[in-house]
Design a protein around this ligand. Structure first.
Ligand SMILES: [Zn+2]
Ligand SMILES: [Zn+2]
Length: 204
């Protein structure tokens, strides 16, 4: 049987305490998000210079939760959300490195891994994710970024059905972010206080 051989892609926090693997990197989508929420989050963690470019965009890789696993340091994993209903934003509490975003509910098994934690080895990053396939929330960029509407639509058209399929098949249950029984996040989620939110968005 012909089998596509792919390397797992390693990700880690800045200090290296927390690290893990993304399997099937060829199924993931590399993108850039220009939204203000991502900037506010990075500012809150004091990590904006490492995650965002001068246009206010942050590279990310969209993947399925079942392909993400942790090797070590999972006890450093912490989670916050900008609002009570916002995305779950997972980070390494040892050095405040943003790791990934997930939906609040495990049946939407999408994971947006933050580019910075995937780029410890920049050559491996380019090999695993050779091109930017989508740019999202470009309306919130600080200046107009290169346009790529069509390729974004085409990329998502391949990716979203895979996420939906794993939601239907029950593969969503294979996730390091939610417990297997009730589907609750594996760590307590902290929503930002109004004051912290105001200061994070003020800086973004
Ligand atoms: Zn760390
Ligand atoms: Zn964003």
């Amino acid at each position: 049987m012909a089998q596509k051989i792919t390397m797992n892609h390693r990700f880690q926090c800045r200090c290296g305490a927390l690290n893990g693997l993304l399997s099937q990197p060829h199924q993931a989508l590399r993108g850039v998000c220009y939204c203000k929420d991502c900037r506010a989050y990075a500012h809150h963690l004091g990590a904006a210079s490492g995650t965002h470019d001068c246009l206010g965009g942050a590279e990310f890789v969209a993947a399925q939760a079942q392909h993400v696993s942790f090797i070590s340091g999972i006890e450093q994993l912490a989670c916050l959300s900008l609002t009570e209903k916002g995305l779950l934003r997972w980070y390494a509490s040892c050095c405040n490195t943003p790791i990934c975003n997930t939906a609040r509910h495990w049946k939407v098994p999408y994971v947006g891994l933050i580019g910075a934690c995937l780029k410890t080895d920049p050559v491996a990053f380019e090999r695993s994710f050779p091109r930017v396939q989508m740019r999202v929330n470009t309306g919130s960029a600080k200046q107009a970024p290169p346009s790529m509407r069509l390729s974004t639509v085409v990329s998502l058209a391949g990716f979203i059905p895979r996420v939906m399929l794993s939601s239907i098949s029950g593969a969503y249950r294979k996730t390091p972010f939610f417990d297997q029984g009730r589907g609750a996040p594996v760590v307590a989620v902290t929503a930002l206080s109004e004051a912290d939110r105001a200061s994070a968005y003020g800086a973004a």
